[in-house]
Design a protein around this ligand. Structure first.
Ligand SMILES: [Zn+2]
Length: 126
């Protein structure tokens, strides 16, 4: 199955497979081919929650690449692994759904537009 994710407006192909995924001849649960903008996630031997977590992990790699390109420091894997669990828990928690819908529906932009011209409560610049 191939899905798509959009990061900074660019499409990334997401391939969910029951086959193993190999990176440099090493089998793993997921891979992010940054120049090709392709993510592979394997469900082989993994529970559904692990597949989702792996997808989130690979999306974080893609987001880093979209943000800073190939110039990311060597410890990218350490950073991504550290962010993965809390980031995944945020997306997985249904209590955050309303907030995420506001992001995609542009509610924040409407609210900010209404506030334009009003003084910020904290006295900051507009
Ligand atoms: Zn990784």
């Amino acid at each position: 199955m191939v899905e798509e994710a959009y990061i900074c407006g660019l499409s990334w192909a997401i391939k969910l497979t029951e086959d193993a995924v190999a990176v440099n001849d090493r089998l793993c649960h997921g891979a992010c081919d940054k120049p090709k903008r392709e993510i592979d996630v394997s469900s082989m031997g993994a529970c559904e929650d692990h597949v989702r977590s792996t997808l989130m992990h690979e999306l974080l790699h893609a987001a880093v690449y979209a943000g800073v390109g190939p110039a990311w420091p060597e410890d990218e894997e350490v950073l991504i692994t550290g962010i993965e669990t809390p980031w995944y828990s945020m997306f997985r928690d249904p209590r955050n759904l309303a907030l995420f819908q506001k992001f995609t529906e542009g509610v924040f932009e409407v609210t900010l537009a209404k506030q334009k011209g009003k003084k910020h409560a904290r006295g900051g610049k507009e």
